[in-house]
Design a protein. Structure first.
Length: 301
């Protein structure tokens, strides 16, 4: 029926069987037979014929709208097929945790999509063990997780090391502190932390417990961006991963990152994971290869 639908749409657009037949490279009788066949299949009359003039019936207008939608679907189908054939375009499904989405993933995705604009990217989010499950069960082509994992059948490639840093607004009393700042300076310090149950919150709670300190937690939030925006307003401090603290982010938000030696112990390794047995498509192979190459020999401590 698609061929007849397409022919019908062209007849409507040309308002003439004669003009439409020339565009379709068909004889006028052959085109008329197609329209009659379509009317018979649909069981409705598409045109009122006024001599040489064609007038759309109400069902005819409805069928024309459907024909246009079908034409657009065919165009998208053929474009997508062409991408697979010629440009290596395909689907890529990635898994990433919330913190990875806010820190590592945006830069990687931007670079990849600039290089492979025809790739259809999908993202699955979850906790680290959920991302491992997505990759293991082949629901995701690859994952970016905030820790090294050992899972049969999966490759785990360390990308870089990260650790927490203390972040305060410009002009905060700690910025004028003489000498090294230590964990003791966090005692009763107004702070914004991640919500309970998140990996970063567990990490900071363990850090506070081991150091024997109790900060003054003013807010608990799940978003890096929200924490950064609220720090100057609340005149509070936060412990955030170094990988997120780009110089322009600190500058634009009026923040300062302060070095505390003990925070080196919060080091975690961000890793790329992917299945060793899956038959990866072109986009997945490109993502894995380019991500590995972009961090080759690079470790941030």
């Amino acid at each position: 029926m698609f061929e007849e639908m397409n022919a019908y749409a062209i007849v409507v657009e040309q308002s003439s069987l004669n003009k439409a037949s020339k565009l379709l490279n068909l004889s006028q009788p052959a085109l008329s037979r197609k329209i009659v066949k379509l009317e018979e299949e649909l069981g409705v009359k598409l045109f009122n014929r006024r001599g040489k003039r064609l007038e759309l019936t109400s069902p005819g207008r409805f069928v024309y709208t459907f024909a246009l939608e079908q034409r657009q679907r065919q165009i998208r189908f053929l474009q997508k097929l062409s991408q697979y054939k010629n440009d290596g375009g395909s689907e890529l499904t990635l898994g990433a945790s919330l913190t990875t989405i806010q820190t590592t993933l945006p830069t990687l995705v931007e670079a990849f999509m600039n290089k492979h604009p025809h790739t259809e990217l999908k993202l699955l989010t979850g906790k680290t063990h959920e991302i491992v499950g997505f990759v293991r069960d082949k629901k995701a082509d690859a994952g970016i997780v905030g820790s090294a994992i050992e899972e049969p059948g999966l490759s785990c490639v360390p990308l870089f090391d990260d650790h927490l840093e203390l972040v305060v607004p410009s002009g905060h009393p700690l910025t004028s502190q003489n000498g090294l700042i230590g964990m003791s300076h966090l005692q009763s310090l107004p702070m914004i932390t991640f919500s309970k149950g998140t990996w970063y919150r567990r990490l900071t709670d363990e850090l506070f417990q081991l150091s024997g300190i109790m900060p003054d937690i003013r807010m608990e939030i799940d978003s890096f961006e929200a924490i950064v925006r609220l720090l100057p307003t609340c005149k509070a401090a936060a412990l955030l991963p170094k990988s997120y603290l780009r110089p322009e982010l600190l500058r634009d938000n009026g923040l300062v990152a302060l070095y505390i030696p003990e925070l080196k112990e919060t080091r975690r390794t961000t890793c790329l994971i992917y299945s060793e047995t899956a038959e990866h498509g072109p986009a997945a192979r490109q993502w894995i290869g380019e991500t590995r190459a972009s961090f080759a020999g690079y470790r941030m401590v």
